[in-house]
Design a protein. Structure first.
Length: 345
């Protein structure tokens, strides 16, 4: 298995970072696989895949490059640069790290990703980093940017949840939950980052970054001994657009927006998470929570720096009586604005 040795200072200074470039790389991997990683991604994939295939058909060398860079067990390093971690940067700023890679080094990195020789015409090309930057820019502008505000809310909500978990249970528990089955805290300063037989790597003295993405994918990257990044998939409840249907009777009683907030509080969630899950504005979610608390259906508690909301006993009884918990539905769902009221992520 591949694992990192993380010093106390590096772990204590670890931080979560939202990266438009990482989200775009994850989107490229989904388009390349032509498979939705969760139900919430299906509509996006269906609408984006034809244009993506047309883009690569028009540039056969780009198609070869993507297939080579996304290897079966390893990504070409120039495809996945490590974020700087110094405040949020724009996609345009981040993608320059791909563009700036020495073209002479791209071939050997592709060989590692492929696990063998690089085929022609890739081997003779002298502009591979520039080509990859252009492919990523197309994916960003055509498939990610139109829904970036929604994706960003999801990513920020995930960071809020992870930070709360960190405050409650410490780094060991928080790291174990980043990518179950692939990543886990081994103790004694060791973090398993994948199940591959790669040699250990020391993170002592380096900056440790955790980067969420909405597709169910992930990878690790590093820049010398200075920066190390773990890219991990958002929690399924956030990344997946499907959610519990609001039963008609509960929607009629509370209003569809307020009922949509209530049915999602079977596990504690922050306001930002609820914004991401329901698609409602921050002000609307806040007003719904205030009314639900005053009615005794929701309680509020603090976990570290986060404020989380969850059902009271009365709230749980009301939701379960309607059959809404866990998406059971309880009959026909409430419709709002011509669609079923479901969580939009």
């Amino acid at each position: 298995m591949g694992w990192w040795r993380i010093g106390t200072d590096s772990l204590a200074g670890g931080r979560f970072v939202v990266s438009p470039l990482a989200e775009t790389i994850a989107a490229l991997k989904s388009l390349h696989a032509a498979a939705a990683t969760h139900p919430g991604e299906r509509a996006w994939l269906a609408s984006s895949l034809p244009a993506y295939r047309a883009r690569l058909a028009a540039e056969p060398l780009d198609a070869l490059l993507v297939r080579a860079a996304i290897g079966p067990t390893w990504n070409a390093d120039f495809l996945t640069p490590t974020p700087l971690g110094e405040g949020e940067r724009s996609f345009g700023e981040e993608v320059e790290a791909v563009r700036a890679v020495d073209p002479a080094g791209a071939g050997p990195q592709l060989a590692v990703a492929l696990g063998g020789p690089v085929p022609e015409p890739l081997r003779s090309a002298r502009d591979l980093p520039e080509r990859m930057a252009e492919v990523l820019t197309w994916v960003w502008e055509e498939t990610v940017l139109p829904e970036w505000p929604r994706r960003r809310r999801i990513l920020e909500a995930d960071v809020t949840a992870r930070t709360a978990r960190l405050g409650r249970a410490g780094w060991a528990a928080a790291l174990d939950e980043l990518s179950p089955g692939r990543m886990r805290w081994l103790g004694d300063g060791r973090l398993q980052v994948n199940a591959r037989p790669y040699p250990p790597r020391s993170v002592d003295g380096g900056r440790l970054l955790f980067v969420p993405v909405t597709p169910a994918t992930g990878w690790v990257s590093w820049e010398g001994t200075e920066r190390f990044a773990v890219v991990y998939p958002c929690a399924g409840v956030l990344a997946d657009a499907s959610g519990p249907v609001v039963p008609r009777a509960l929607g009629a009683l509370l209003g569809p927006g307020r009922a949509g907030v209530l049915v999602r509080l079977g596990t504690p969630k922050s306001t930002s998470q609820l914004v991401a899950l329901t698609g409602q504005g921050l002000g609307s979610v806040g007003r719904h929570l205030k009314v639900l608390r005053e009615a005794g259906l929701v309680r509020r508690g603090r976990a570290g720096r986060s404020v989380l909301y969850a059902w009271t006993e009365a709230g749980a009884v009301l939701v379960r009586a309607q059959g809404a918990e866990g998406g059971a539905g309880g009959g026909r769902g409430v419709r709002h604005g011509g669609r079923e009221v479901r969580g939009t992520t």
